[in-house]
Design a protein around this ligand. Structure first.
Ligand SMILES: [Zn+2]
Length: 470
């Protein structure tokens, strides 16, 4: 029975190959050279979901390689095939655009350059119907001999070669996915920080056309600071992937180490001004947690994210803020905590509770209001979208920037005014918001903690869209 089935599959395979060859000859008839990209994997099946995904990755890499080596050369059409003969991509090039031997040289160089090039065959069929061959022997995937020699002498079994190739493909796809995850989360962190500072006008905060309540920093300080912070998000995300302990609380010292490097980079870039200290702490935690959750689940689960942040920061308020001593010996945060208790737990408190202001209020509001991809919003539309989110955060957040520089009365007034301005804004009346902007700017009140939470909300909105359940 099994033998019969195998014979049947073999017959289908031969038919599919023959048909593919006929199709190729038809395709080149009008003066085209054809490149076919396929995998060189022994055994069956020739096509499955994993191999198809790999072929698409090779196709992506080949496109970039081709354009970088021959900028004016572009294929006229591209066709992706998937049948019993295997997954393949066919590219047609006008014969007057590129010489067949140049094309062969590029495909061969690609096979040498691409990490798993020994699994990939890029064959060139010239417009005259003849294959272009370089006559060079391909190396065996397992040992250092020529592949053809190993095949003839049966140095390795088909199963052995196939398994080695499939394992390598699996590893390659996994590495690509991880690199993609690391890069995307980093770029969303930067996007959150950029969009926060670009939002204009804001009450008391640095924005594009105003330094708000500040005299020691402006828009450019923020741009310089964000640029200096950028590379470290990649470092945090890579750490999140490599950290393999079950207890994420043990990751805190390393996250802190990266956070402290970020602070140093920020101070250097801004001439010793604190533009993003709170944002660094929270964004580092968020990046770490998003990367972990997406790696584990394949999508961003908000409960899992919240839980990781809680586990990492458990007991932090008690340990770091609850100190007795003279004000001169205490940090701003510790002085505030001594005076106001838990209301002044600030960014640490928000983190220890698993980011409730962001995850239960600001993010749902932004997700409810967002009607198209974030990147397609214009400047004016973004203002409409983000101001109510900032106001929502301000109406809830016990901003320690305000508690430290002012008092609880001012904080409560801000929260109330923000809540009212949000209701008015959503009914089309923007005056209360502009009044709030004016009041904060002239009274020198800067809700910097709320700005940090807005940046996180934007970052998480990107992540939620990108890493949605498929
Ligand atoms: Zn070999």
């Amino acid at each position: 029975m099994e033998l019969l089935q195998e014979a049947e599959i073999f017959a289908q395979l031969l038919n599919a190959r023959e048909k593919r060859q006929d199709d190729k000859l038809k395709m080149i008839a009008d003066g085209f050279h054809l490149v076919s990209l396929q995998l060189n994997i022994p055994g069956l099946p020739k096509s499955n979901a994993q191999l198809f995904e790999f072929v698409k990755e090779v196709d992506k890499a080949f496109r970039i390689f081709l354009l970088s080596h021959h900028p004016n050369c572009k294929w006229q059409t591209k066709q992706i095939l998937s049948d019993v003969a295997g997954d393949a991509v066919l590219y047609l090039f006008k014969q007057e655009q590129i010489d067949k031997n140049d094309l062969k040289a590029i495909t061969e160089a690609f096979e040498g350059y691409f990490k798993l090039g020994r699994i990939v065959d890029l064959d060139v069929l010239a417009s005259d119907g003849h294959p272009v061959s370089s006559g060079k022997a391909k190396a065996c995937f397992i040992c250092h001999y020529a592949a053809e020699e190993c095949r003839k002498t049966k140095r390795h079994t088909i199963e052995e070669v196939r398994q080695a190739m499939l394992d390598a493909i699996n590893k390659f796809i996994e590495q690509q996915k991880q690199a993609d995850l690391v890069n995307k989360v980093a770029s969303y962190a930067i996007s959150g920080l950029l969009h926060e500072v670009a939002l204009n006008p804001k009450p008391g905060l640095v924005c594009r056309n105003s330094a708000g309540a500040h005299t020691d920093m402006d828009f450019i300080s923020f741009i310089n600071s964000i640029a200096a912070l950028s590379p470290y998000f990649i470092e945090i995300n890579n750490f999140a992937l490599s950290f393999d302990g079950a207890d994420v609380a043990k990751a805190l010292p390393q996250i802190r180490t990266i956070g402290l490097k970020m602070e140093a980079a920020m101070y250097e870039a801004t001439g010793d001004v604190n533009t993003h200290k709170g944002a660094i702490f929270l964004m580092a935690l968020v990046c770490f947690a998003v990367t972990r959750v997406v790696k584990k689940n394949g999508c961003l689960k908000i409960n899992a994210l919240s839980s990781i942040i809680q586990q990492i920061t458990r007991g932090m308020v008690q340990k770091e803020l609850c100190l007795v001593g003279n004000d001169a010996e205490l940090t701003h945060g510790q002085q505030c905590f001594k005076k106001y208790g838990l209301q002044a737990a600030g960014a640490r408190g928000e983190a220890e509770q698993g980011l409730p202001t962001v995850l239960h209020h600001a993010l749902p509001l932004l997700q409810e209001r967002i009607k198209k991809p974030f990147s397609s919003y214009t400047d004016v539309e973004l203002n409409e979208l983000l101001v109510p989110v900032l106001l929502k955060v301000m109406s809830l957040n016990n901003d320690t920037n305000i508690l430290f520089r002012h008092d609880v009365k001012v904080l409560e007034a801000i929260k109330q005014k923000a809540g009212q301005a949000k209701v008015a804004w959503e009914s089309g009346d923007k005056e209360p918001y502009y009044d709030l902007v004016q009041w904060c700017n002239t009274s020198k009140i800067s809700p910097g903690g709320s700005a940090d939470l807005l940046a996180l909300t934007i970052t998480l909105c990107h992540c939620k869209t990108e890493f949605a359940k498929k």
